[in-house]
Structure formats: structure tokens, C-alpha cells
Ligand binder design. Structure first.
Ligand SMILES: [Fe+2]
Length: 223
């Protein structure tokens, strides 16, 4: 196992202020971009479920939930017309778009100050959520196991959400098409082991996600 994953400890303290701090950042995102805000809430919930299905500990599931919730918070620094452009991005727009994982990391970074362990663990998950297994992702072109497992989890459920939700310019794609896409790119973009777990478990945990209560669940204190 790589050094990065060895760092994903299984147990640890989660400070009482953790969820309040995350909610504060999400409230900032909501003021500029509600679509991305709700996307982040869903990805946070899905990440926790996939982490649980993959056998990660409750501590790691909380890391998955909150890193999933914060993965795109850096998009608040990017022109909304680029983020939601209903067409292919031109080169300069694509460069701007690709800066968002690093911006998300910068926004979360102060919470990891003074060696706060929980947020120190969370930072790489946020920064590397667009890395691909074959090294063709960004921002660090990490490969395989060098990509934090939480980032590999986020990438799968991020794809689920991006493909299945309705957009202003198109209907969401049916689930079987999403599943096919994940299978097609397992091993190149996605971690094949996690894709297998996702495909086996999604139908069991999907009904447990209630979009109406997502905002309330984010307000829950850490158990
Ligand atoms: Fe992203």
C-alpha cells in the first residue's frame, strides 16, 4: 500500500466544531451557486455510503462524507457561466475549471492548521478527487494506489451524480447507463474494486438517501 493510503488512519478524534465549520463553508458555496451546493451535499452522502460498503471504519466514513461535501467548494471562485456551461469548454475555460480541486484544498486548509488530524486527513481527498487511475487526471497526475482511497470514492459517486441528475439542457441519464459508464472506465479512470462494490451496493443504499433531508443531515453533530 502506498504512503498516502497508510496515512488514512482508521480511528481518531473528530472535533466538536467539525460539522459547524463544514456547514459554514457550504453556506458560502450556497450563496454563489446553489446547484453545486446541492451536488456537494449529495456527493457527501453517497461517499459515506460507498465508504461504508467498502468496509471503511465509521471515522473514515465521516472523512468520506465531509470530504465529499467539500470536494467542489473551490468552484465558488470560478465563473458560474463556466461551471454550468451547457456546451464544451474552450481551452481557457477548461484551465479555469481544472483549478477547482486546488481551490477547494486552499479553502479547507486553515481548518487543518495546528495539525488538526481530521482535516489534515481530509485535504488530500479534496485535492485529488479528479485524479484518474491511469495517471491522466489532475492536478497531480497521481496513479493507482497513490490516489487517496477517499478521492477514488468521490470520483465514482461524483460521476453518478453528474450523469443522473437533470440539467437545464438535458434530462438525467438512466441508472443503467451510469452503471455501464462506470464499468467501461473501471481500471482506466475508476478503481475497479470500488466500482464493483458500488455496483453491488448502490441499489441497497440509494433508497436511504432522502434529498429533502440532506440539508438537515448536514447540520447533525458528529456522533
Ligand atoms: Fe470536482
Amino acid at each position: 500500500m502506498s504512503k498516502k493510503n497508510e496515512k488514512l488512519i482508521s480511528h481518531g478524534d473528530i472535533p466538536e466544531w467539525t460539522v459547524s465549520a463544514v456547514n459554514s463553508l457550504l453556506a458560502g458555496l450556497k450563496t454563489v451557486d446553489e446547484l453545486t451546493y446541492f451536488h456537494c451535499l449529495r456527493v457527501g452522502q453517497y461517499s459515506a455510503k460507498l465508504a461504508q460498503s467498502a468496509g471503511l471504519t465509521p471515522y473514515q466514513q465521516k472523512l468520506a462524507e465531509l470530504s465529499g461535501a467539500l470536494h467542489d467548494v473551490g468552484k465558488m471562485g470560478i465563473d458560474k457561466n463556466i461551471i454550468h456551461k451547457p456546451a464544451r469548454l474552450n481551452e481557457s475555460e477548461y484551465v479555469a475549471m481544472k483549478s477547482h480541486p486546488v481551490m477547494s484544498e486552499k479553502i479547507v486548509q486553515p481548518l487543518a492548521a495546528d495539525k488538526n488530524e481530521f482535516f489534515t486527513n481530509l485535504l488530500p481527498a479534496v485535492r485529488n478527487h479528479h485524479e484518474r487511475l491511469d495517471g491522466q487526471g489532475y492536478p497531480d497526475k497521481l496513479q493507482g494506489d497513490d490516489i487517496p482511497i477517499l478521492s477514488r470514492i468521490i470520483l465514482i459517486v461524483d460521476t453518478l451524480d453528474a450523469m443522473s441528475m437533470d440539467r437545464s439542457y438535458r434530462k438525467g441519464l438512466p441508472l443503467h447507463v451510469v452503471y455501464q459508464e462506470l464499468q467501461k472506465y473501471a481500471g482506466t479512470q475508476f478503481d475497479p474494486h470500488l466500482v464493483k462494490i458500488f455496483l453491488e451496493s448502490h441499489r441497497f443504499w440509494a433508497p436511504q438517501i432522502d434529498p429533502e433531508s440532506l440539508e438537515n443531515s448536514m447540520l447533525k453533530k458528529v456522533a
